[in-house]
Design a protein around this ligand. Sequence first.
Ligand SMILES: [Zn+2]
Length: 230
Amino acid sequence: MPSPIRDRDQVRQLVNIDLPSASKTKVLEIITESGAILDGHFSFRDHHSQHFLRFRGIGNSSREYCDYLASLLIKVAGAKEDKNIPLKILSAESAGFFLGHAIAKLFGGNMENKWGNHVVTPVDLYRKPCIGGYLRSGQINPGDRVVVVSDVDHTGESLDRLIKLARRRFAIVDTAMVFATCNDGEYVRRMIDMGVKPHLLVEFKLEMHKKENCPLCQSGVQMLPASEFV
Ligand SMILES: [Zn+2]
């Protein structure tokens, strides 16, 4: 079974955090205390890894953690509300929900319904956001400004879907926020290609192995899908 890593030095070696010192210390503490990084044997499509970052660990640990990360992301993004344009926070019904909800709470001061600015879309069998059909909650109207939010996005695929969902409803999407991304910056490139400014707090340094030469497979360690629900 995978086990959460609760040693701060070990966590420090697995992440890059490009934030001022006090914020960096707090984010490291949140990841460590909530046991968000798991040690085990995880499958990511064609690759395997010993570690997995699971935002659900943070979302379930403490509302204060989520609120802190939300306020930090807003600060990093320099995001502000415009009184004349409704601002909506769009996330999927996955672990990104926790972060989206915390961010939405910090905005929406001029919304009639305090929670009405958090828009949530269901996910498909692969835990990716559904972009057609109905929304779980909230709505996006033409001309709304939409900030897309996800927890951990490796390639930007989940955010790509959220952006398309909002743009199909003629909303303006110019900002993406994620708690963490992985290794190679594909998320950043993809967002820039889509005309959206990408923001993140943590880069998770994953050591990936090709299936064929994965040392964990060779040692017979039980493998799990890299999913929020392992
Ligand atoms: Zn393996």
